[in-house]
Design a protein around this ligand. Structure first.
Ligand code: FAD
Length: 300
């Protein structure tokens, strides 16, 4: 990091700038220290200003959506955390076959909005507590479907502040990841299809019911901790077969309902969670000779 005065970076920013902002408030795990700078840019011009300053003074930049797939270190981050959560990044519009939304838009609100417009294709995302930006970066999916399948194009900024529109064919999506993680996602156009509203609503209800019965109460978690191995049993089954359901370190414990979830009982630290992750990986490696790979992003 190069030497700078706060005024060098923040004076021109029209959005909200907070200093030493606790990231507990911005993650579903409710774990983690403070970000040195927490910035909600007002619009693209603001975003560019932040990115240019970050490059100039060599300050690392992290992007948070709804924080539902992130574990933040208790020591916090000597960095700028960008949150695209102002009105500019939460716009949405619908047409006959498409939906276009800002990256800060909530997935659940997007699913219900599309349903109200008789647009089908997003129902599988119901119950995922993220934003559109987070879902594209992570290639979020459920019930055998993934967001990659409905992407038409995505507008992004690179870390120099250049804006470009990427067509689907120029984006690489993999299981729980994508080449979009190299950028700041600004908005996206998704391809949907017309269907009877009642049918869409029924599918949404079925997915929600199935989610509740397989996952139980997931308050203070970050979703699946590990990716499923490419073949054989899913990660949750392997962890369960190691007898680790309910296993606790500090205030972090393996969900008794779905073993691929770690829950924060109350005051879990990032160290508690990381120790539990290491224990699980060791046990699964010893018993099945499988290396579980974390799905969550660990920020430190
Ligand atoms: C209870 C629960 C259930 C879940 N169920 C599922 C599920 O069924 N399927 C599934 O796939 N996931 C699931 N998840 C995980 C998570 O909700 C998804 O991965 C979600 O898409 C993440 O979105 P987010 O906005 O919270 O992203 P964050 O957690 O904030 O960020 C995740 C990653 O995306 C990056 N990112 C976020 N926004 C942007 C942006 N605008 N530009 C560039 N990068 C960005 C971040 O830098 C980070 O690397 C679940 C989580 C919970 C807590």
């Amino acid at each position: 990091m190069r030497k700078y005065k706060k005024s060098d970076i923040f004076n021109e920013i029209k959005g909200r700038v907070r200093f030493k902002e606790s990231l507990k408030r911005h993650t579903s795990f409710r774990i983690g220290g403070a970000a040195k700078f927490f910035i909600q840019p007002k619009d693209i011009a603001d975003l560019k200003l932040v990115l240019i300053s970050a490059k100039k003074y060599n300050i690392p930049v992290f992007i948070v959506g709804a924080g539902s797939n992130i574990l933040v270190d208790d020591k916090g981050l000597e960095a700028i955390v960008l949150s695209l959560s102002t009105a500019y990044f939460k716009k949405i519009s619908y047409s006959q076959q498409y939906l276009e939304a800002g990256s800060g838009f909530s997935l659940n609100r997007m699913v219900s909005g599309a349903a109200r417009h008789g647009l089908s294709g997003l129902e599988f995302l119901i119950g995922i507590p993220g934003t559109l930006g987070g879902a594209l970066a992570m290639n979020a999916g459920a019930w055998g479907k993934k967001i990659a399948d409905i992407v038409e194009n995505v507008t992004v900024a690179d870390y120099h502040g250049n804006i470009k529109k990427l067509d689907r064919k120029n984006i690489r999506f993999v299981y729980r990841g994508s080449s979009l993680q190299r950028y700041i996602i600004i908005n996206a156009r998704l391809r949907l299809c017309k269907k009877k509203k009642k049918e869409i609503q029924n599918t949404i209800c079925e997915y929600l019911k199935a989610r509740r019965s397989s996952q139980g109460d997931l308050a203070l978690s970050a979703g699946s901790i590990f990716k499923n191995p490419t073949s054989g049993s899913p990660a949750g089954k392997l962890i369960e077969q190691c007898g680790l359901k309910g296993r606790r370190i500090g205030d972090a414990y393996v969900s008794p309902k779905h073993a691929n979830f770690i829950l924060n009982k109350n005051k879990a630290s990032s160290t508690d969670v990381i120790k539990l992750i290491s224990l699980i990986r060791r046990r699964v490696k010893d018993k099945f000779n499988i290396e579980l790979e974390p799905e969550i992003k660990i920020w430190r």
